[in-house]
Design a protein around this ligand. Structure first.
Ligand code: DQA
Length: 148
């Protein structure tokens, strides 16, 4: 029986592929969704990809995940750097959490170096481009299927 994982995306990631492509690349979120669905199928995971520009919507999806998702992959985008509400919601989720950033945030402005979400995340990817989502999906399979 495949398990469901959520892949949550925060503000402005709906513009992926069009927004600052020199930083975030040319793939769209739909491209990333297809890549993660393929990677998830290999490890017995069904992915549900979501994006919102609204903090409260991300919080609500994390609450829903408590009942339906075995794990959460999240690119909180700018919310990473200031949202205690997203951190608190993730702290109320029991499964594995992987934080993904397309860009290498530690090479960028200092305000991007702080992540509230990292206080909860079991693993963090940064600077792998959108391939980081695929790697995170593969690792989620390991955490859910193989971890003790
Ligand atoms: C991002 C990095 C954040 O600092 C930024 O606000 C984003 C995207 C990334 O994927 O590299 O919107 O999370």
């Amino acid at each position: 029986m495949p398990k469901t994982i959520y892949i949550l995306n925060g503000p402005n990631l709906n513009l992926l592929g069009k927004r600052e492509p020199e930083i975030y690349g040319h793939d769209t979120l739909a491209d990333v969704e297809a890549q993660c669905a393929a990677a998830g199928a290999v490890v017995g995971l069904v992915i549900e990809m979501m994006q919102s520009n609204h903090e409260g919507q991300i919080v609500d999806w994390i609450h829903t995940a408590r009942d339906v998702a075995a794990g959460i992959i999240i690119n909180p985008a700018a919310l990473t750097h200031y949202s205690i509400a997203v951190l608190d919601a993730l702290n109320a989720f029991d499964g594995p959490v992987i934080e993904v950033h397309i860009s290498q945030v530690h090479k960028r402005e200092s305000f991007r170096h702080r992540s509230y979400v990292s206080l909860r995340a079991d693993a963090v990817m940064a600077g792998f481009g959108v391939h980081g989502y695929v790697l995170a999906t593969q690792h989620m399979g390991h955490l859910i299927n193989d971890a003790p």
